[in-house]
Ligand binder design. Structure first.
Ligand code: ATP
Ligand code: MG
Length: 357
């Protein structure tokens, strides 16, 4: 799929914005703080209805504005089908002070974003890896997004009960009705995450080896205290076993909210031993590895939004990244330096404006 055009009003640093990108590689360059990432965010929000940068809708409208609006065309021009959808998305301040976003969803529209925060997937806390795999699983299996929200509600409810009744083993009976649902929803999450990891593995190994032009092998594995078990009964049994400890500590100790991913380069933990450049490259490779599975799941290729993806990489690796991107459908790549990328459409971003170069 591709973004045919986009217009924005009062979106971040843009009072008005109008961009007609090219179908393949688009390079957005310009000095720091001029709106490159803001433009990527607008493109991502047009496609998915959500910001990859923040869950706080209120941050998005131009300072002091009461609303922000995006309009644009999403175009699907693969062999299987042709479609063009004109979308309008708005973020508005309601009378009660809350912010509301509206706009329709397009079932085949997907965007994959890479930014400096993605380094956390490799060297940050487990929560960053869970967020990564949940984001990817959501692009593969749309039900994952709603299931995740439901799971968080169940977890919060369970933790509240455990806290209120902390140290009172007799009150554990109260948890029983929650446990069953928690186990069902939780195990579904685990299983979808495992399928997502499996879908990523082959592409990750290929992309990483291609980018650094070596035979280095990157491996990713899902890590859970549940071992290989895949049915809800196993999670239920684990909750049973953890009962006393949970009552003592007042929190849920088993489930997908405690799981993690292991990422290894040539059998060595990338988090502990990877160089910073290697870690950045693995993070980028993870995002690029999403492309093929997401294309298969959605029926059309996703739009790639790559924020400063070339920095900290050596020249040979940069060249490989650009080559790999040549095979993708529509890509937006920001860089503070004037680009040396052949065949790309180039836009200059400065002082709240975007000009085709
Ligand atoms: N809601 C908003 N309203 C107006 N301006 C905003 C808003 N949110 C962010 N900005 C401004 O946008 C600018 C940052 O834009 P952006 O992050 O897109 O820069 P960039 O071109 O990506 O820079 P860098 O090269 O440093 O990554 C900041 O100067 C910030 O003050
Ligand atoms: Mg930026």
């Amino acid at each position: 799929m591709q973004i045919g055009w986009i217009k924005a009003v009062d979106f971040r640093s843009y009072r008005t914005l109008s961009v007609t990108p090219a179908p393949r590689l688009n390079v957005l360059h310009g000095p720091n703080g001029q709106g490159k990432t803001n433009l990527l965010e607008a493109l991502g929000l047009l496609v998915t209805g959500r910001s990859f940068r923040t869950p706080r809708t209120a941050d998005i409208p131009y300072w002091g504005a009461q609303s922000a609006a995006l309009t644009g065309d999403l175009v699907r021009a693969d062999a299987a089908s042709q479609a063009r959808r004109t979308l309008r998305r708005t973020i508005e301040r309601l009378d009660d002070g809350h912010w509301q976003s509206s706009g329709e969803s397009v079932e085949w529209a997907r965007a994959i974003a890479f930014g400096w925060q993605d380094l956390d997937i490799v060297n940050g806390a487990p929560v960053a890896r869970r967020r990564f795999i949940d984001g990817f699983a959501g692009r593969l299996f749309p039900v994952h997004v709603a299931a995740l929200i439901q799971f968080r509600q169940l977890l919060a409810r369970r933790n509240r009960l455990l806290q209120q009744r902390s140290g009172d083993p007799a009150a554990l009976a109260q948890l029983a009705p929650w446990n069953e649902q928690f186990a069902l929803v939780g195990m579904d999450l685990v299983n979808r995450r495992r399928r997502a990891v499996a879908a990523l593995q082959t592409e990750l190994a290929r992309v990483y080896a291609t980018l650094c032009a070596t035979r280095s092998k990157v491996e990713i594995r899902y890590r859970t205290a549940l071992g290989e078990a895949s049915d809800a009964a196993a999670l239920l049994a684990a909750l049973d076993r953890a009962q006393r400890e949970e009552a003592r500590r007042g929190q849920t100790l088993v489930g997908p909210h405690r799981d993690d991913l292991t990422i290894e380069i040539d059998g060595v933990d990338a988090r502990a031993f990877g160089s910073r450049g290697q870690q950045r490259l693995v993070a980028l490779a993870l995002r690029l590895a999403e492309v093929l599975p997401v294309t298969e799941a959605a029926g059309t290729a996703p739009v790639l939004l790559l924020d400063d993806a070339l920095s900290e990489l050596d020249p040979a690796v940069r060249e490989q990244v650009v080559r790999e991107l040549g095979a993708a459908q529509q890509v937006f790549l920001t860089t503070p330096e004037p680009p040396a990328v052949k065949g790309a459409a180039v836009f200059y971003v400065n002082a709240g404006g975007v000009a085709a170069a």
